[in-house]
Design a protein around this ligand. Structure first.
Ligand SMILES: Nc1ncnc2c1ncn2[C@@H]1O[C@H](COP(=O)(O)OP(=O)(O)OP(=O)(O)O)[C@@H](O)[C@H]1O
Ligand SMILES: [Mg+2]
Length: 419
């Protein structure tokens, strides 16, 4: 229906259209669509599993309080829950009265790092919710306010009259005088792969000494190849990040739990179990999404959207499969965007072998050495975008469904266009 056809006021049109959605929601026995792609924040009631990782983090925090600081890298594939885990650390650390700052490496330039860090420390830890300096720090108030003013006036570029040495001195003052010895300064850096670049070398070198200072504990979150990427630019990073917390996929049980918890939060009171999803539908989601929380959430969310549009009362396997088909393509594209040019070339070559091939065949077709191909393949394998299968003396690499959906169809389209 077009709103011009019915000559409705556009605001009324939106109102009407959204009330239809409400009816459709009701039919699905839901108050809202609970499957949001945002990382988990303060609201941790949706957080499932991760006991091993949480235990490791608790150990690291515990040891750091008693002087034995071991910085950690949290690594895992896209959508596995790295940002969510960092957020949990953020709130846990805050509750233990530590200073905590969360920075997203993709949003700060190396030059701005110290500025953002110091700004975050002051704003998120030294100020109250109302934006006034916490009484705990009154004895240092004059200097803190002075630093804050300098930073606040220039949030996104280095203030002119604030040279690097001065910045470092002020940071040192905050960390060593204001903070006190009884708490840690915990720095959480998300999307840390962004720092694994040549132009960030200076920043990484700064980390070498900074990460060894007393009372500072840093968590880097990034892709499974984060450590490799960082050490490629600056080999010394390996020693500075001695702990690696690897995030595997969720177990089947945890995957069911993730779906159930979100549904329970959104169901109307008379809904039962996994409604509006049928049991078969949930089984398919858990089976196909490989324990990747984002995949599970996107699939559920898309299936609910389809259910709403079709005015259904339940979501069965077929609707889930429709949702997956629609998403499969976009997840595949996301993966492609995430790959390096060399990796992307290799998965495309794999697609040209119909999605199944050996190192030797790929090396020959791309004119690379088998060693190079092997290294790339094992990186791609680690990220979970291809599978391995042994057959006799050969090891076959097989494209994941998401990639073959995109790449093999792409080939097909290209053939069509050439004709
Ligand atoms: N342990 C968990 N329990 C419940 N939901 C989770 C869990 N981990 C992640 N999620 C959900 O999965 C989605 C992806 O999580 P998140 O954004 O934290 O992943 P990520 O690894 O940071 O992804 P990216 O690689 O894109 O940065 C979010 O919707 C988040 O709420
Ligand atoms: Mg993230």
């Amino acid at each position: 229906m077009d709103y011009c056809d019915i000559m409705l006021d556009p605001i009324e049109f939106i109102q009407n259209a959204s009330s239809i959605t409400k009816k459709a929601m009701n039919r699905l026995k839901l108050k809202t669509n609970p499957f949001s792609e945002k990382p988990i924040r303060g609201n941790t009631k949706f957080f499932v599993g991760r006991t091993t990782e949480l235990m490791e983090i608790a150990d690291i925090l515990g040891a750091a309080q008693y002087g034995s600081v071991a910085n950690a890298a949290i690594v895992g594939t896209k959508g596995i829950g790295k940002s969510s885990l960092l957020n949990v650390i953020y709130y846990a650390a805050k509750r233990q009265n530590h200073w905590t700052v969360e920075l997203e490496a993709s949003q700060i330039t190396p030059r701005q790092f110290l500025i953002q860090l110091m700004y975050g420390i002051i704003k998120d830890n030294l100020f109250t919710m109302e934006g006034t300096l916490s009484t705990e720090y009154v004895e240092h108030s004059q200097k803190i306010i002075e630093i804050y003013r300098r930073l606040d006036a220039h949030p996104d570029k280095t203030p002119v009259h604030y040279p690097r040495e001065r910045i470092e001195r002020d940071l040192d003052y905050l960390l060593n005088i204001v903070k006190g010895d009884n708490r840690l300064c915990i720095i959480l850096i998300d999307e840390a792969d962004q720092f694994a670049k040549k132009k960030c070398l200076e920043l990484l070198q700064f980390f070498h000494s900074f990460l060894y200072e007393d009372g500072i504990l840093t968590f880097f979150a990034g892709s499974p190849t984060l450590m490799e990427n960082l050490t490629k630019v600056s080999p010394a990073m390996r020693d500075r990040l001695p702990k690696i917390i690897n995030m595997p996929p969720l177990s089947k049980e945890e995957s069911y739990d993730l779906i159930l918890r979100r549904l329970k939060d959104a169901q109307i009171s008379k809904a039962k179990n996994y409604e509006p999803f049928t049991e078969g539908a949930v089984d398919v989601i858990v089976e196909e999404c490989d324990g990747i929380p984002r995949k599970i959430i996107m699939t559920c969310s898309e299936a609910i959207s389809i259910g709403l549009k079709k005015g259904l009362t339940e979501i069965d396997e077929n609707i889930v499969k429709m949702a997956m088909k629609k998403l499969g393509i976009s997840i595949g594209h996301q993966i492609l965007n995430h790959l390096t040019p060399a990796q992307s070339k290799i998965v495309r070559a794999l697609a040209s072998f119909n999605g199944r091939s050996t190192v030797t065949e790929l090396a020959k077709s791309l004119n690379y050495s088998p060693g190079t191909i092997g290294t790339h393949l094992s990186d791609i394998y680690e990220m979970g975008y291809i599978y391995k299968e042994r057959s006799g003396n050969n090891v076959y690499y097989i494209l994941s469904k998401e990639l073959s959906d995109v790449l093999i169809e792409e080939d097909f389209n290209r053939d069509k266009n050439n004709k």
